[in-house]
Design a protein around this ligand. Structure first.
Ligand code: UGA
Length: 450
């Protein structure tokens, strides 16, 4: 282990990179973040986080102010670091496979400039086999006499909990070529390791696959309960009671069994499709063919909620619909592959007049759902609505007073597409509440529906 702490670089300062860079500075390292987007670098250099993530701005500001954390758009500025974390995006390509151009571009720009023996650490989510190809490329382009090793260290942080997941992860996966890389990474993560965070040391392909497998498993768990919701709908059973009962079995566990509108975001949908695409390239497509069903079940949830809405209002044309929630999940302003945004856009295309409220995803929501009006608070969004759709389960929606909301709307009809509201309280206030996977009683107060 070196006596001086290594200087670290973080390449790509999106969600993952910005959080990782700030987290490494928090651990006491000198860190330089690199991104090709000047406006992003400008924001971060001023301590401004260009997305919603609780606690991140405070951590970033502290370390930018102390000078321990800097940002640049120039790759030459990071060349003196000994460990380089690659955190660039791997978006979904046209055929469902991961687009690796940013990962390859980052490595090709960096490695020829390195004059010290260094470690490049992939954190981006990539298909298994990517690291092996990158390793050969690194050998071709590294300067003579300089050893550049490659490791893979996938990241498991959740949006909305990024700071805690970075500082106190539930596991650390180190895909390493040998002991030198392992020792360096153990030094970087020494604090978490000393606190007892389990470390899985493995090879590069396993590390790559662990990440895609983890997200595909989580997606499968959600789609499993949503498949059960379909059976509940057909049979009169109740998916929430079913999930609660399954969850009491510790081997199953209750987390990620919340049935509703299904998963979205920048990770689960893309990673499961990329795993299918890679497995097909490897000739083992059959092994993960079920993941296509996981995807299909998930997308069907949106159709289901739209069908429920249609049943309540008849034709959508001119109908006023209030939508609570736009982000793909609470705690985030991210609307990538957001089920809520998809539903809103489809309602708009069918002629509905949609007014939405989201505590964070306003700018992002407006950009992703043109034609949807965004209100300043839930009551304004619900004004004169014929139907209220609860599409993202922000805690503040649970705190709404059903009577107060009832006075704002034209008809007290609610679809709780996330199965997260207190149905009894809403029903007691005269609301007709519908929820996917559930057969709910009629409202206690008759005559509240116009
Ligand atoms: C996911 C993983 O949970 C992280 O471990 C991983 O690091 C990250 O992807 C990534 O690859 O970067 P994230 O995309 O932040 O994290 O979101 P999740 O909390 O996993 O939620 C994903 C979606 O599933 C959301 O739309 C959420 O509403 C939905 N969901 C979640 C359900 O529909 N039901 C549930 O029971 C749980």
């Amino acid at each position: 282990m070196s006596t001086h702490r290594p200087v670290l670089s973080v390449i790509g300062t999106g969600y993952l990179g910005a959080t990782h860079a700030a987290g490494l500075a928090e651990l006491g390292f000198e860190v330089i973040g690199l991104d090709r987007d000047p406006s992003r670098i400008d924001s971060l250099s001023r301590g401004i986080v260009p997305f919603h993530e609780p606690g991140l701005a405070e951590m970033l500001q502290g370390h930018v102010a102390s000078g321990r954390l800097r940002f640049t758009t120039e790759v030459a500025d990071v060349a003196h670091a000994q460990v380089h974390f690659v955190c660039v995006g791997t978006p979904q390509g046209a055929d469902g496979s991961a687009d690796l151009s940013q990962v390859i571009g980052a490595v090709e720009a960096l490695v020829p400039l390195l004059r010290l023996d260094s470690l490049v650490v992939g954190k981006s989510t990539v298909p298994v086999g990517t690291a092996a190809a990158l390793r050969s490329r690194i050998e071709e382009i590294s300067a003579p006499g300089v050893t550049v090793e490659l490791a893979w260290n996938p990241e498991f942080l959740r949006e909305g909990h990024a700071v805690e997941d970075t500082l106190a992860p539930n596991r650390i996966v180190l895909g390493v070529p040998g002991p030198r890389a392992e020792a360096l990474l153990r030094e970087v993560y020494a604090e978490a390791i000393a606190a007892g965070v389990p470390v899985v040391v493995t090879d590069l392909p396993t590390a790559e696959l662990i990440k895609q497998a983890a997200n595909s498993f989580l997606a499968t768990k959600i789609s499993f309960v949503n498949a059960m919701a379909e059976v509940c709908e057909a049979s009169g059973a109740d998916v929430t009671a079913l999930a609660d009962a399954l969850g009491h079995d510790e081997r199953i566990g209750r987390r990620f069994l919340d049935s509703g509108l299904g998963f979205g975001g920048g990770c689960l949908p893309k990673d499961l499709r990329a795993l299918v695409a890679r497995a097909e390239q490897l000739g083992c497509g059959k092994s993960v063919a079920f993941l296509r069903d996981v995807d299909a079940i998930n997308l069907r949830r949106r159709d289901r909620v739209l069908a429920m809405a249609q049943r309540e209002v008849g034709a959508f044309d001119g109908v006023r619909i209030a939508v609570l929630g736009a982000s793909f999940k609470p705690g985030s302003d991210d609307v990538r592959d957001s089920p809520a945004v998809d539903v809103m856009n489809r309602l708009r295309r069918a002629g509905a007049r949609v007014t939405a409220y989201d505590p964070a995803a306003v700018l992002t929501g407006r950009a992703a759902a043109p034609g949807v009006r965004f209100a300043a608070n839930p009551l304004v969004a619900c004004r004169k609505a014929d139907l209220v759709l609860h599409l993202t389960e922000w805690p503040e929606f649970r705190a709404l007073d059903p009577e107060e909301v009832g006075q704002a709307v034209r008809r007290r009809v609610l679809i709780d597409a996330r199965n997260a509201l207190d149905v009894d309280a809403w029903t007691a206030a005269g609301w007709a509440v519908r929820a996917p996977g559930r057969h709910l009683a009629a409202p206690a107060r008759a005559g509240s529906l116009v």
